[in-house]
Design a protein around this ligand. Structure first.
Ligand code: NDP
Length: 264
């Protein structure tokens, strides 16, 4: 079965690493034209070099842009639309989480978490919306976290901000339905990626290697599937929701948490 995205145009924010990079790869594999951004020019260039050996160069576009910098996102999205003559899918993936409990979260950190989770999505959506309105398969997918439904004390600000983003995604799905733009979300539990690599570098018990450390986390947290997810598994859910394969689905949420969510 095909995703139906051949020659369609997709944007992936934060496409230079982890889940975003796997999403870019899968879209290219399916024949889509893909543009991706990130803040680091170097990481973007590395991802382009890696993918250029596998997929047609003319189907790819990179540009350094910070999702929180409205003018750089406007410029990026405008360039994608003129280069590929339109935009069909927007995948809002860029971001990171903040590990801190209530007593260790300063006011500025609350503000920066809420700003990232809201404007990291709002800026690209506002810029892409006029182009999406002209697409026959328009969709937006927001990468969210299981924290939105299942808050964790050690990530207090991220949990609260993620809940707001889930709420916002639902409202937008209703608002944009009349324009033919679908809006969906995935809720990630724990996926092996750059975020976890960074936490691994700063782990308290330096005697453990990556495999032992990551298996220990899965066991300690009681993930029923017994491991963390892989970035390509989140990417598969993202591309499904972005693509016409999910054409009658909007305002929905796909849980990619290995069964970690106990909610029904
Ligand atoms: P990675 O750190 O591997 O990748 C993050 C990507 O986003 C990079 O390309 C990074 O590039 C880019 N990025 C970060 N901030 C910005 C910004 N302000 N503007 C533009 N690009 C940005 O992370 P993951 O793949 O793990 O995470 C992807 C998404 O999934 C994030 O939103 C994360 O919060 C979410 N998530 C991940 C979980 C996990 O377990 N991995 C759990 C729950 C949610 P650069 O740094 O160069 O800008």
């Amino acid at each position: 079965m095909s995703f139906g995205v051949k020659n369609r145009v997709a944007i992936v924010t934060g496409g230079s690493s982890g889940i975003g990079l796997e999403t870019v790869k899968l879209l290219l594999k399916e024949g889509a034209k893909v543009a991706w951004c990130g803040r680091s020019e170097e990481r973007l260039r590395e991802s382009l070099d890696q993918l250029s050996t596998l997929y047609p160069h003319e189907n790819m576009l990179i540009q350094s842009a910070d999702v929180l910098d409205k003018s750089s996102i406007d410029a990026f999205i405008g360039k994608v639309a003129s280069h590929f003559e339109g935009i069909d899918m927007l995948i809002n993936n860029a971001g990171q989480g903040k590990v801190a409990d209530f007593d260790n979260t300063q006011d500025e950190e609350w503000l920066s978490e809420v700003t990232l989770k809201y404007f990291g999505v709002l800026n690209p959506i506002k810029a892409a919306r006029p182009y999406l309105q002209k697409s026959s398969i328009a969709s937006i997918v927001n990468v969210n976290s299981l924290l939105a439904l299942k808050p964790e004390r050690h990530m207090v600000a991220t949990s609260a901000a993620r809940a707001g983003l889930l709420n916002l995604s639902k409202t937008l799905s209703q608002e944009f339905a009349q324009e033919g733009i679908r809006v969906n979300s995935i809720l990630i539990g724990m996926v092996e990626s750059g975020q976890w690599r960074r936490r691994f570098e700063n782990r308290s018990d330096q005697s453990k290697g990556w495999d032992e450390w990551i298996r220990g986390i899965a066991k300690e947290r009681g993930i029923p599937l017994g491991r963390l997810g892989y970035a390509h598994e989140a990417a598969q859910a993202l591309v499904f929701l972005a693509s016409p394969l999910s054409s009658y689905t909007t305002g929905s949420v796909v849980d990619v948490s290995g069964g970690f969510s106990r909610e029904i």
